[in-house]
Design a binder for this molecule. Structure first.
Ligand code: NAP
Length: 270
């Protein structure tokens, strides 16, 4: 049966791979923030809609556009996201606000606006293993994903809406190179943490090439989408499973393990 999907962040990485998985047999509303992608999305057979997660007016307009075209959504997949990184002593608080706007608040706003169309539908959020909250130097990202999970889980408990949090580990997508570009000022403004930042940049470059194939996430989401009663949360990848286990240890032990891990990693940075 033909279903209706709404996917934000459908121009790249996980979102674009999801779009390709669903578009042939279904109606897919595909979100973009850069005009150059509108025609690319249209050519796939999707219905493109403009949304910039940093701008509330466009979130409202995007929801209104979708409501004008359909009265039912089977699955809303909140994918759009970015990584704000840096040292917590120095990071501008406005960068942290931006992180929450893009990864958390906009998704809540967009979902609330579409709730009337989601009666028997599902919301699948692309969270992250960072939601387990154990990684330094990307604390804004971790916090935004944890907050996303908490807010949507409560919505599910309160309302009965089916909400699933998918928490991938490292996936090979353009996100990593984009994160180096997005955080270039924070990386520059890191005196006292130069080695840590050099390691983070090298690691991001490596993750973008050597992470898990994006189809692992797509396969899981296709499976979750077909389930009548999916679990509230799924991890993808060995690293995500390890992060989940580590997050259940006492905080003092987590901190010791992470500090030791960072020390080992940066010992080889020149
Ligand atoms: N890659 C990983 O290792 C990994 C792991 C765990 C979780 N995730 C999560 O998976 C989701 C997808 O990431 P990805 O790896 O597929 O990265 P990606 O290739 O960079 O895709 C991110 C998507 O979000 C869009 N986007 C970013 N900021 C936006 C904004 N302000 N407004 C509207 N759209 C915006 C991007 O648009 P543009 O094409 O215009 O940039 C792109 O379509 C993110 O939520 C990310 O946090 C990724």
């Amino acid at each position: 049966m033909k279903k209706t999907y709404v996917i934000t962040g459908s121009t790249s990485g996980i979102g674009h791979a999801l779009l390709k998985a669903f578009v042939n047999d279904n109606t897919v509303f595909a979100g973009y923030r850069n005009e150059k992608y509108a025609s690319v999305l249209e050519k796939t057979g999707a219905i493109p809609f403009y949304i910039d997660m940093e701008r509330k007016d466009t979130v409202a307009q995007a929801a209104a556009f979708i409501k004008s075209k359909t009265d039912k959504i089977d699955t809303l997949i909140n994918v759009a996201g970015c990584v704000v990184a840096g040292v917590m002593e120095k990071i501008p608080v406005d960068s942290v606000r931006k992180q929450f706007e893009v990864n958390t608040f906009s998704h809540l706003d967009f979902t609330q606006r579409l709730l009337t169309l989601l009666n028997d539908g599902k919301v699948i959020n692309i969270s992250s293993m960072s939601s387990f909250g154990i990684f330094p130097f990307v604390a804004p990202y971790c916090a935004s994903k944890r907050a996303l999970d908490i807010l949507f889980n409560a919505m599910s408990v309160e309302s009965g809406l089916k909400v699933v949090s998918v928490k991938p580990g490292v996936i090979a997508t353009p996100l990593w190179d984009k994160s180096v570009e997005l955080n270039k000022d924070a990386i520059k403004n890191c005196s006292g943490y130069d080695k840590e930042m050099k390691y983070m940049v090298a690691n991001a470059r490596k993750n973008g090439k050597e992470g898990l194939n994006v189809n692992k996430v797509v396969d899981l989401i296709v499976k979750i989408d077909s389930m009548q009663n999916p679990k509230p949360s799924y991890t993808v990848g060995y690293d995500a499973k390890v992060a989940e286990i580590v997050s259940k240890l006492p905080q003092s032990l987590i901190n010791t393990l992470i500090k030791q891990g960072i020390k080992t990693k940066i010992s080889s940075v020149k």
